[in-house]
Design a protein. Sequence first.
Length: 295
Amino acid sequence: MASRLYFRKSQLPIGESFCTKTDWAVDMLRQADAESAVPILAVFDGAYAMETVIGPCLNPPPNGRRIEFVTRLRKDARLYQPLEKTTKNPQGGRPRKWGRRLPTPPQHAQWKAKWQTGRAYVYGKLRTFRYKRLRCCWSVSGSQQIVWAYVFDVPGYDKLWSTVTSAGDLSAAQVLAANTGRFRQEDGFRDHKGRLGMEECRAWTKEPILRTFQVQMLALTLLRLVQFRLDEARGTRWRPAPPWNPEKKHASILDLRRLFWKHRERFSQLLAALDDLRKPPQTKYSRGPQTARAA
């Protein structure tokens, strides 16, 4: 699990060099791609759907691999019909760069594509959805890159989901599952802030922030390892499903917190014993007469 600590330029600590969020995002993707034996799929929010992120993903450096992406598509996204190759104009002039302008995602009724159906695992449930798919060029990715724009109609949600991807070999169900899987990041933010104590960190310098976050990452890793051991040894008996979600399959950080909270007295005794072992022998006994100290 990789992360980067971002500072605003006006709040940058002394001795640190400024780096934008999009540069950090590309750096993290390149790190993940270098450590992966197979090509990776980048899934990120629409705030990072910018040329400074999309361009480096689709145009890798020498000895680098292309990184396909799935991201949210803005409602005012500029989509164009792919331009077919034409002969050079004998009369001169600048060649055409973009094809015909296509309707935006909210105007999907004007797309020539028809509604299709599919099934995907979305938010802990297998759902049947409708979608439209459009092969086009996107102003962010450039006129030479072909992308696929999607409009998803998912039951239980009032608004349509607009998504764009450069991975043409993915099915609609895979694109939808990858896009919704991104929201697990929000679960991670919730666990770090509300259940592991990140929001309680009152730090005005860089070191306490790094120290707190590293301790939290270590605690999160250990909790997950405990979960895997318990699942292997006892199945799901150690964490009964709540009545409001009887089909719950995976344990949460809250389940692990509840488990450890039941044994808080034994943990307190263990910590007290460890603290007592660290004390020098002469401090374990009250100061008294010389014979008592000798004893």
